[in-house]
Design a protein around this ligand. Structure first.
Ligand code: SF4
Length: 324
């Protein structure tokens, strides 16, 4: 049976130094966050999340933070600690990276993730006016030079058309992308977008990229209102899925629906969405950090676990989940 899994991005902060991508929540917060340091999660909270993800078979989609929200040394500490907990290296999505940053982070990352967002580069200039593509492309090149993998994100429904699919096919080839993370727009209140893409349109992008690249690692976004399309995403060629609020909806009817959707698509789900195991803290005790941080991590794990033990979502409507 084919295997699939859930992926979760680990967010380190809710600060962005260029908050004007037109589809993004951060554009609605413009100017409100004055001090990037105050918009960071605690290290204990981040490491607790990484621990839970590992125990439940959730893969880390990437580790991300707004540009300039961490110094390089601070980022290094976080990357090192996460890779110690998960015993893996992960993709880093931290804006465009310089060669010295890549060299510094390389022991703890498997690749660089570039936020391309819109593959029509002319439209992209309007949609992401402060996030030029050139430094991202340069980061792909540096990553390749240092034998790191390349991942990219793209959001469908923000202004591209299906005529742009060949642009994505070419971009993946040109930059030797090994992991494509493709999201459907989830319109954010306060932005100019009112509606996400039609289901068939979103699936078409996934299907055509899969046809062009049978071996590409494709992660498809699927929010909590779209769990009913997971079998379509897998049929279209997604390798795995992301964007589901798995802690909030752990053990819920939506989590059950995800398991059901995988079965009807003929996939075995390698990630647990229900049934929380008892966690042993031995691995936390063995971490190379001070005892205060160890205790904080354990406390965070307990506080995340508590709501995950009981079903939280009873409002599942099959009809609602059929809509994008
Ligand atoms: S750079 Fe990233 S976080 Fe900042 S506004 Fe654009 S998409 Fe959002």
């Amino acid at each position: 049976m084919r295997q699939t899994w859930f992926e979760r991005a680990i967010f380190l902060s809710w600060y962005c130094s260029t908050p004007d991508c037109k589809f993004c929540y951060m554009s609605t917060m413009k100017g409100r966050i004055k001090d990037p340091k105050k918009a960071r999660r605690s290290l204990a909270s981040v490491l607790a999340e990484a621990f839970i993800a590992k125990k439940l078979g959730w893969k880390i989609e990437f580790i991300t933070a707004g540009t300039k929200s961490f110094s390089d040394d601070e980022m290094l500490t976080v990357l090192k600690s996460i890779s110690e907990i998960t015993q893996e290296k992960h993709f880093l999505n931290f804006g465009a990276l310089t060669e010295s940053q890549i060299k510094l982070f390389q022991p703890y990352i498997k690749g660089y993730c570039g936020t391309v967002e819109c593959i029509n580069l002319e439209k992209r200039r309007e949609i992401c006016p402060s996030k030029p593509i050139e430094p991202i492309i340069s980061s792909f090149k540096i990553a390749e030079k240092h034998n790191l993998e390349r991942a990219m994100t793209i959001v469908i429904g923000i202004g591209e058309t299906e005529d742009d699919i060949p642009l994505l096919v070419n971009f993946i080839r040109e930059h030797k992308i090994t992991k494509l993370i493709i999201y459907a727009l989830n319109p954010i209140k306060g932005t100019s977008y009112k509606k996400g893409p039609e289901k068939e349109y979103y699936l078409k992008w996934i299907r055509e990229i899969r046809n062009a690249y049978p071996e590409l690692y494709i992660v498809a976004g699927m929010g909590s209102s779209r769990t009913g399309i997971l079998h379509n995403l897998l049929d279209a060629g997604a390798t795995s899925f992301t964007k589901f609020p798995a802690i909030k909806f752990f053990n819920s009817e939506k989590a059950e629906e995800i398991e059901h959707e995988c079965r009807i698509a003929g996939y075995s789900l390698n990630s647990s969405m229900s049934g929380l195991p008892e966690f042993s803290f031995e691995e936390i005790d063995m971490l190379n950090v001070d005892s205060n941080l160890k205790n904080q991590i354990k406390g965070k794990i307990q506080s995340y676990s508590l709501p995950m033990k009981s079903p939280s979502c009873k409002d599942l409507s099959r009809e609602a989940t059929q809509q994008l």
